[in-house]
Structures are given as C-alpha cells and as structure tokens.
Design a protein. Structure first.
Length: 354
C-alpha cells in the first residue's frame, strides 16, 4: 500500500515538474495596447513616476509630450508641444525624469558654439498639465566630436550620471539648483495646486565693476552680482540697464517669470527698476580674469577682443608670447587695468605665477 502511495506521489511530482518546464519554455503573453507613429527616428523616451505623462526626444531635437492612459496605454499629445531644445551646434540626445516627477534632465550631443562644452538642460514639470519649462542649463567639457549619449538620475536625487561618447566615460555630477521648486512631489496631481502668496518680485543687486568669463548656454562674460547677501555669477541680461565697465552699481531689479522660455534663455525676466548708486573705480584699479584662448580674437592692429565685449592691448614682459598662447588650449590669466576714458581699450599684462 505504501509503495502504491509513494508511486502516485512520485508520478504527480514528475508531472508537475514537466508542467513547470513547459511553462518556462513558453514565450510571455503580450498584447499591443497602443502605438504612435513619428515622422522621424526616436532618440529616447521617459515616463514620469506617477505614470501620467510620457516625454519623447526625436532626431531633429524636438521634445514631445503626451498624456498616458494607465488603463488603455493610449498616448495623447499635450498642449504646447513639441518643444525645440536644439541649439545651433547641439541637439538633445537623452532624457530622464527625477524620482519626484518634478524635474526633467536632457543631455545633448555636439558643442556650444565654438567651445568644447556640451550642455545639459534642466526643465521643471507641472504634474497637472505636464508642461515643461526650462529653468537652468549647465555645460561640461567634452573630448572629440561626440557629446552626451545618455543621462540617468540617481533615485536619491544626489547625482546625475551622464554617458560621454567623446571620452568614453561616465560623468557623475552633483547639481545644486536654486530653491525655486517644491521640495516634495504633489500628493494628488489631479487636484489643483495651491501655491503660497507670490513673494515680492523686487530685489536689490550689487554688480562689480568688471565681468568674468563663464559658461551658461554658451561662452559669455558674466556679471559678478551680490543678491540677498550672496555673491554669484549672474548670467542674464537686465532690461533697461546699460552696464559700464569700471563702475560698481547698486540696483533695484524687478523679476517676472517667462512662460515657456526657450532653451537658450532664462525662465526669469529681469527689468531695471532704479539705480541706487554708481561708484567708479579708483585710478589705477585692476582686476584679474582667466579666459580660454578660443574666445580671444586678435585684430589687425595688434589689439585683442574677448567675445566682442572686452577689448584690450597687452603690454609688458611676456606679451610677445600671447599670439602663440592663443593657438593652445590652456586658459590665459591676465591682469586688466581699467582705461582712463570710457570706451577705450583695457591695458593687460600676463599673470605670472610666483
């Protein structure tokens, strides 16, 4: 009797094992729920953590946005899309959405202008409408003619991982954004968002009497601004304000948001309200500036120009080496003396390490 029972159990186990083996050998059951055609190849796509929206980058550099139906899988075009994020010499390649669903990072291929810098664009997302607004952009140096092939965000929000085809490396960077976004995702994106009262849009700003080289969307000369007690590079223009080198300004500036700002411009418009004070520098005042040679142009008369804005002549020991330095890649450190007359060229000398 026991032998019979054992034989039956053994047979059942064999059959069960065969059924499991057959099930593992069978392909998964799939059902095409929906599809959407594009007129050009797709480079990358991402779905938001709340599964409400899908964003797609296509070959021309367009960023498309869709609502996503979690029941049917249908995709519906969002109002205001596609967005164009391509520059003159760069275009988007990859994108990712942060774990809170409030930020979208876009990595580009190519370089900004004649520089060896490739940008990453950061956009804020409305969880209700799905609309994206450019809030920032930073650039990183690249090697070769490549650019960034992919971008992925660390779920903890501390790091951004970027695949760099120019150097065959993975860049791991920290990005500190201004505190202009909610610190946590909205609990129910279907409900209207209740915002706190709008803050005063007037701010006081002090501008130093010289600018420095910086890289925003592209190479430029930036203000050194002190805003609310914090000194920082200031990349934007101030409407209604004319800057003169050699003058320290105290300003009152109005800030207004810019809806759907292009990728190469700020999401905030700055407009001059009033000039509180203008203080010229003292005689023989100087400042130091470090500039990549790629943005320095030499004129026929032997003078030089930085991005068409800062004109100078070089004098003193070592200036005969400057034309050769311009053919290299190392940044050039200069000490600039302000001109005695407005509009005249600065007098520069090479900064020598001691």
């Amino acid at each position: 009797m026991l032998r019979s029972v054992f034989a039956v159990l053994l047979a059942l186990l064999v059959i069960a094992g065969q059924q499991v083996t057959v099930a593992q050998d069978q392909p998964p059951m799939i059902d095409l729920a929906a599809s959407l055609n594009f007129d050009e190849p797709i480079r990358d796509l991402a779905i938001t953590p709340d599964a409400h929206h899908v964003y797609v980058i296509t070959e021309s550099g367009a960023l498309h946005g869709f609502t996503f139906d979690g029941e049917t899988g249908e995709l519906t075009v969002l109002d205001g899309f596609p967005l164009q994020l391509a520059g003159i010499s760069y275009r988007p390649m990859s994108l990712d959405v942060d774990s809170g669903g409030l930020l979208v990072y876009v990595a580009h291929e190519g370089a900004v202008g004649r520089s060896l810098l490739t940008p990453v664009t950061i956009l804020s997302r409305s969880p209700v409408s799905g609309m994206l607004t450019v809030i920032s952009q930073f650039s990183l140096p690249i090697q070769g003619m490549g650019g960034f092939a992919s971008i992925r965000l660390d779920p903890t929000g501390r790091f951004v991982l970027i695949g760099d085809n120019g150097s065959n490396t993975i860049r791991v960077v920290r990005v500190a954004l201004p505190q202009i976004l909610p610190t946590a995702p909205i609990a129910n994106p279907q409900e209207p968002q209740v915002l706190p009262p709008a803050p005063d849009n007037l701010l006081s700003m002090t501008l130093e009497p010289y600018k420095v080289f910086c890289s925003g969307v592209g190479p430029q000369l930036c203000y050194i601004a002190t805003i609310e007690g914090e000194q920082q590079f200031f990349y934007s223009q101030i409407e209604g304000f004319t800057y003169q080198w050699g003058v320290r300004y105290e300003l009152i500036v109005r800030t207004d948001p810019v809806t759907n700002a292009p990728a190469d411009s700020s999401s905030i418009r700055y407009t001059l309200e009033s000039v509180v004070s203008e203080t010229p520098v003292t005689a023989d005042a100087t400042f130091e500036i470090t500039i990549p040679p790629s943005v320095i142009q030499q004129a026929a008369d032997g003078s030089y120009s930085v991005l068409g804005e800062l004109n100078f002549v070089c004098s003193g020991l070592g200036c005969e080496l400057l034309p050769d330095l311009l053919t290299a890649t190392d940044p050039i450190a200069l000490v600039m003396r302000y001109p005695t007359e407005a509009g005249a060229a600065f007098e520069a000398r090479l900064q020598v390490e001691r």
